[in-house]
Design a protein around this ligand. Structure first.
Ligand SMILES: Cc1ncc(C[n+]2csc(CCOP(=O)(O)OP(=O)(O)O)c2C)c(N)n1
Length: 348
């Protein structure tokens, strides 16, 4: 049997054109550009801080793969529940998580998103659709299914979102979760960011096909494969599947094909670590830059370069200000270690 493969979608030399903005008003395109620029500028600053030895926790960067998180976030509301894994600065920021609290968190400060107790891999976007990051690979998937079951029982119309990677698809819990979600028609979106690598290993050396959408299809759910570096297509596919899910028509599975410019963990590009990730491959993927392609489309539509630059400068300023505030923020007290272990209050 021959399995479907991604084909040109996995080829960095394809899909480099400006995005199609015909159905996207300027203000929506600007919002998407701002959110992607904020993720990139924030991660660039965090990468500098890692290199300077200021940040002690492991940081996994999503530079190059900003579009899936931003596309889907355009359709989320604060009561939805998204769960990201180890590489989740993008999901947190795209959902509207505070950039100040992100910087405080990676520096271990009391004002951080998780009171400085979690670091880069344990973020919580209070008041946003980002319910938390869980760095146990595939751990996000059953949590999002559970949140979706709760939303269904409550009749809230909210959705659960599981962000996970192609590597996570190799964990059994993903398949149990897909089965349960499909059988119970739960309002959950499975968003796989297929960046073609798990740590340092190429998907072609790990799976019989590089196309992980086959798992969604096998469970009979609405499944889409999309250029994950095209924020407009991402938003459109996500919008369609989220609408169905909210209307009680069951789960959706999105395979967003993308690529991380940096290595598995830390600011190094991981060239020649593992198999096949070469300098040529990384530089080819940079031509498929999700930010540059949106910018090119805006320019083609007649938007001024100055307006785009101003927006990107604002994103950079927000990241730099956050960094500065985080340096000045207080450390947690020792007693805080026990304060956030148990939840109080509980269900009404
Ligand atoms: C259950 C479990 N096994 C292994 C690890 C170690 N680990 C952390 S990230 C990672 C690779 C995950 O790859 P993928 O899901 O494709 O996400 P990506 O890093 O590409 O974003 C592994 C094996 C872990 N955190 N949890």
């Amino acid at each position: 049997m021959t399995l479907n493969r991604l084909g040109t979608l996995a080829d960095p030399n394809s899909f480099q054109d400006p995005l199609d903005l015909r159905n996207t008003p300027d203000e929506v395109a600007f919002e998407m550009l701002y959110r992607m620029a904020l993720i990139r500028r924030a991660e660039e600053q965090i990468a500098e801080m890692v290199l300077a030895g200021e940040i002690k926790c492991p940081c996994h960067f999503a530079i190059g793969q900003e579009a899936p998180a931003v596309g889907i976030s355009m359709h989320l509301r604060a009561t939805d529940r998204g769960f990201g894994a180890h590489r989740s600065h993008s999901h947190y920021l795209a959902s509207g998580g505070s950039v100040d609290k992100l910087f405080a968190e990676v520096l271990g400060r009391a004002t951080g998103a998780s009171h400085g107790m979690g670091g880069s891999m344990h973020l919580f976007g209070e008041g946003t659709a980002f319910a938390g990051s869980v760095p146990i690979v595939a751990g996000t998937v059953p949590l999002a299914v559970g949140a979706a079951l709760a939303a269904k029982l409550d009749g809230s119309g909210d959705v659960g979102i599981a962000y996970f990677g192609d590597g996570a698809c190799e964990e059994g819990i993903v398949h149990e979760s897909l089965n349960l979600a499909a059988t119970m028609k739960l309002p959950v979106i499975f968003l796989v960011e297929n960046n073609l690598y798990s740590s340092h290993l190429d998907i072609n050396l790990r799976q019989p096909s590089d196309r992980v959408a086959r798992f969604g299809e096998a469970h009979g759910m609405a499944t889409e494969v999309v250029d994950g570096n095209d924020v407009v297509k991402m938003a459109s596919v996500a919008g369609r599947l989220i609408e169905r899910a909210r209307a009680g028509e069951g789960p959706g599975f999105i395979e967003a094909v993308t690529y991380r410019w940096l290595g598995h963990v830390g600011p190094d590009a991981n060239i020649d670590v593992g198999l096949r990730r070469s300098a040529e491959e990384v530089s080819a993927w940079k031509k498929r830059d999700p930010i540059a392609r949106l910018e090119a489309a805006l320019l083609a539509r007649g938007v001024e370069q100055g307006d785009i630059n101003a927006l990107k400068d604002n994103a950079e300023r927000a990241a730099k200000d956050a960094r500065k505030k985080a340096y000045d923020a207080p450390w947690p007290k020792e007693t805080d270690l026990l304060d956030f272990v148990y939840a109080s209050g509980g269900a009404k």
